[in-house]
Write a protein that binds this ligand. Structure first.
Ligand code: SF4
Ligand code: SF4
Length: 155
């Protein structure tokens, strides 16, 4: 899918890390509904259904997964507070440097998952870590696990 233009013809392009619009990384969305519940404007529409997969091993229980059916944002209501992005526990929402196209009809400002997904290609990579910074909790835990594994390895 080709990325949409950053801005309409003649308009100034938004800066790379501007809060232009919200992009959805659909693969990361677990349909947990947290963003929709926390949005102060009720402008997020998230719908999904549950599917049950048979157990992969004898004696195991069937796996239940949530499948996304609809993800839409009503940009006529959105106030760009960023709460949905902050609360998403699975890194499925990002600011993207594109402008939501102006529309004469307010209903046309509801952007569905296809548009939100297309904007993900515009999201800049995270800034490089400060080399002098302390390692993250995850990196520290991984380093501890590596050290334990190395100590237990046969010599
Ligand atoms: S909070 Fe994140 S994972 Fe949960 S429904 Fe919203 S976008 Fe999907
Ligand atoms: S930025 Fe704020 S108002 Fe807009 S969809 Fe997210 S939580 Fe709702």
């Amino acid at each position: 899918m080709s990325s949409p233009p950053l801005a309409p013809p003649g308009a100034e392009e938004p800066a790379p890390r501007s809060r232009g619009t919200i992009a959805l990384l659909e693969e990361n969305c677990t349909v947990c509904m947290l963003c929709a519940r926390e949005c102060p404007d009720w402008c997020l529409h998230v719908e999904g259904h549950t599917e049950v997969a048979p157990p992969t091993q004898l004696g195991a229980r069937p796996r239940t997964t949530h499948v996304l059916d609809r993800f839409a944002i009503d940009f006529s209501l959105c106030m760009y507070c960023g709460i949905c992005i902050e609360v998403c526990p699975f890194d499925a929402l990002f600011w993207a440097p594109a402008l939501v196209p102006a529309e004469a009809d307010r209903a046309a400002l509801v952007e569905e998952r296809d548009a939100l997904r297309a904007w993900i290609g515009l999201v800049p990579p995270p800034p490089a870590l400060d080399p002098a910074a302390e390692p993250s909790e995850e990196e520290a835990a991984a380093a501890r696990q590596d050290a334990v594994a190395a100590a237990r390895a046969p010599r």
